[in-house]
Design a protein around this ligand. Structure first.
Ligand code: GDP
Length: 324
C-alpha cells in the first residue's frame, strides 16, 4: 500500500491501517524509516487533536486495572481511546508491558479502544521516537484520548511527560513514611496524583496518603501552567471504579484551562522543539556507531594514550572526519 492510501485510511478510521502504520513506525529498516517519515508528514495535516495523558506508577500500583476501568468509562461516554506504552524494561527482558494478553481484557475487545504494547527496542530513545509517532498516528486517526503508560523507573517518566498534555501519577496507599518512595522530580512533573486502591481496608491508609501528597504538592513551586488548586492529589479505586469520573473531570478542567490560557499550545510547541533536538543528538550519536567510526575512535584513542596527540585535537580530527 502506498503512503497516500495508508494515510487516507488512517484518517478514515481504518484500524488495520492504523496497526500497519504503527508496525511501519516500529521497524528499524531504512526504507521503512523513510516511509514512516513520509507518513508522519502526511498525517500532520489531519488537524485532529486528542488529549494525550501520560500515566506512570510502580508495578502493582494498579495501572492496567485503572486503564481498563478508566478506558471503559470513556468509551461508555462515546469517546475513542488509544493506549500505548513506553516500557524501559522491554529491552532487557524481551517482554513488554501491555504485551500480556490478559491485561485489559474488556478494553481490548472494545471497538472504540485501541491497545498497542510497547515496542521492544534497545534504547529508550528509540522507544520514545516510536511511541511519540504512534501517538501522532492515533491522534490523526481520530482518537479523543491517548493514554501513554509507563512503569515508574528511571527516565521513562520524563520521556512520557515530554509527549503528554497531562501527566498522571498513580500511587498506592502506604503506611509510615509515604512520600519516601517518590522522587521529587516525578512529583514536579505530575499534574494529578491519584491514590489508587482507596477501597475496603485500604481506605484509611489511602486517605492519609492522599492528605500527605496534597500537603507535599502545596509546597512545590507554583507553575505558570497550573490554575488554582493544581497539581492535586485525589483518591480513586480502579477496582471498584470509584472516583474515575471525578478524576476525568479534573483532567478535562485542567486541559480546558490550559487551552484557554495558551499553555496547552505552548507545551506542545516546547515538546516539538525538545524532540527535534533529541533527534539531532541521536542522529549525531548514530554517526559514531558505524564500523568505520568505531575503528577511527579506537585508533585515535590509542594515539591519545601513547601521548602522540592531545585528547582535544584527537576529538576535533575525529569529528571532522565524521562530517564527510
Ligand atoms: P500494574 O502492575 O500497575 O499494572 O497493576 P495491576 O493493575 O496489575 O494491579 C496489581 C494488583 O492490584 C492486582 O491484584 C489488582 O487487582 C490490584 N488492584 C488494582 N487496582 C486496585 C484497586 O483499586 N483496589 C484494590 N483493592 N486493588 C487493586
Amino acid at each position: 500500500m502506498d503512503i497516500d492510501t495508508l494515510s487516507e485510511k488512517i484518517v478514515a478510521g481504518d484500524r488495520r491501517a492504523l496497526s500497519r502504520a504503527i508496525t511501519l513506525i516500529e521497524s528499524s529498516r531504512a526504507d521503512h524509516r523513510d516511509q514512516a517519515a513520509q507518513l508522519m508528514e502526511r498525517l500532520k495535516g489531519a488537524g485532529r487533536q486528542a488529549i494525550r495523558i501520560g500515566l506512570s506508577g510502580t508495578p502493582g500500583v494498579g495501572k492496567s486495572t485503572f486503564i481498563e476501568s478508566f478506558g471503559k468509562m470513556l468509551t461508555g461516554q462515546g469517546l475513542r481511546v488509544a493506549v500505548l506504552a513506553v516500557d524501559p524494561s522491554s529491552a532487557r527482558s524481551g517482554g513488554s508491558i501491555l504485551g500480556d494478553k490478559t491485561r485489559m481484557e474488556e478494553l481490548s475487545r472494545d471497538p472504540n479502544a485501541f491497545i498497542r504494547p510497547s515496542p521492544s527496542q534497545s534504547h529508550l530513545g528509540g522507544v520514545a521516537r516510536r511511541t511519540r509517532e504512534a501517538v501522532a498516528v492515533c491522534e490523526a486517526a481520530g482518537f479523543d484520548v491517548v493514554l501513554i503508560e509507563t512503569v515508574g523507573v528511571g527516565q521513562s517518566e520524563t520521556v512520557v511527560a515530554e509527549m503528554s498534555d497531562l501527566f498522571i501519577l498513580l500511587i498506592a496507599p502506604a503506611g509510615g513514611d509515604e512520600l519516601q518512595g517518590v522522587k521529587r522530580g516525578i512529583m514536579e512533573i505530575a499534574d494529578i496524583i491519584l491514590i489508587n486502591k482507596a477501597d475496603g481496608d485500604l481506605k484509611p491508609a489511602a486517605t492519609r496518603t492522599c492528605s500527605d501528597y496534597s500537603g507535599a504538592l502545596r509546597l512545590l513551586r507554583k507553575r505558570p501552567q497550573d490554575p488554582q488548586g493544581f497539581p492535586k492529589a485525589m483518591m480513586v479505586s480502579a477496582l471498584e471504579r470509584d472516583g474515575l469520573q471525578k478524576s476525568w473531570e479534573e483532567m478535562t478542567a485542567l486541559t480546558e484551562w490550559r487551552k484557554e490560557n495558551g499553555h496547552f499550545a505552548s507545551r506542545r510547541e516546547a515538546q516539538a522543539r525538545y524532540w527535534f533536538e533529541q533527534e539531532v543528538r541521536q542522529g549525531l550519536l548514530a554517526k559514531l556507531d558505524t564500523p568505520s567510526a568505531r575503528e577511527a575512535m579506537q585508533s585515535f584513542a590509542a594515539k591519545v594514550a601513547e601521548g602522540g596527540i592531545t585528547p582535544t585535537v584527537a576529538a576535533q580530527e575525529l569529528l571532522q572526519g565524521l562530517r564527510d
